[in-house]
Design a protein around this ligand. Structure first.
Ligand code: F6R
Length: 262
């Protein structure tokens, strides 16, 4: 895992957006997979600016999303369909019909989830996956105990996640208890993963994710086994990493190498 520690959330967001823009430069027809929540908001803002300045082109891109609340229609203000449209899609040159987000209203869930995975395969697989980290260690909505080989399916949210996400709803009881989420096995098939973690409240769990054992009790720890993951953590989130100084040193050495200084 490559670990980039930024001084603050702003720098984290700029770095993440520039990695995505770079991906689009290298492969204009990239298949991207997005996350929602608070963490990627700054990244999306930066991507919108880059697109307006002609530095990020979405015209040949296809996008997927990690998850959606089960029971919320596309136009519900807390649905992830609505989130993606508001924060990214309607501001960039992504073509109509070139994004797929799990449909939270389907009846035949098993068939639908299989089909969602099939769509990913049809598009050639995910080139770049954006991830955030739940305070209980989840990625997507793979809560502690999720199989590390899991695929897209219906999951029940952990009470902690319901509490965490209640800030977006009028009250805790309005938070849907079910979600459709890509599995950990699905996420691990992405060719590149950009994993964003921000804020002091994520510091303890991030330490377990990076420096603890790989275990389904900390689902994001599976990323230790992924060959091409870039973790971008801001200082507060990175504050409990035991080998923080070493990670920063490695990153400086990497930059020198990329500039041809060694
Ligand atoms: C959202 C998702 C979740 C969030 C996680 C962190 O699509 O997959 O795993 O990334 O819950 O959320 P924030 O960024 O709001 O702390």
């Amino acid at each position: 895992m490559r670990i980039i520690i930024t001084k603050d959330y702003q720098e984290l967001s700029q770095k993440a957006a520039s990695l995505i823009a770079q991906q689009l430069k290298e492969k204009p027809s990239s298949v991207l997979c997005f996350a929602t929540g608070s963490t990627p908001l700054g990244t999306y803002e930066n991507l919108v600016s880059l697109c307006k300045d002609g530095k990020a082109d979405f015209s040949k891109v296809f996008t997927f999303n990690l998850d959606e609340y089960y029971g919320l229609a596309d136009d519900h203000p807390q649905s992830y369909h609505y989130f993606m449209s508001e924060h990214l899609f309607k501001h960039v040159n992504l073509r109509k019909g070139k994004s797929l987000i799990p449909d939270g209203t389907v009846k035949n869930i098993k068939e639908y989830c299989k089909h969602y995975e099939w769509e990913m395969k049809q598009k050639g697989g995910i080139d770049l996956q954006l991830l955030g980290l739940g305070s209980d260690g989840h990625i997507g909505f793979n809560e502690p105990g999720s199989s590390l080989g899991s695929r897209t399916r219906l999951k029940t949210l952990d009470e902690q996640t319901v509490k965490d996400n209640s800030r977006f709803f009028d009250s805790e009881k309005d938070v849907p208890r079910y979600v459709l989420t890509m599995g950990i096995g699905t996420i691990m098939e992405a060719r590149k993963i950009v994993f964003l973690v921000s804020g002091e409240n994520k510091a303890s769990i991030l330490q377990k994710v990076v420096e603890g054992p790989v275990t389904s009790m900390v689902p994001a720890s599976a990323l230790q086994l992924h060959p091409n993951t870039v973790l971008i953590a801001d200082e507060p989130a990175a504050s409990k990493l035991a080998r923080k100084d070493y990670y920063s040193y490695v990153e400086k050495m990497q930059e020198r190498y990329e500039k041809g200084e060694i």
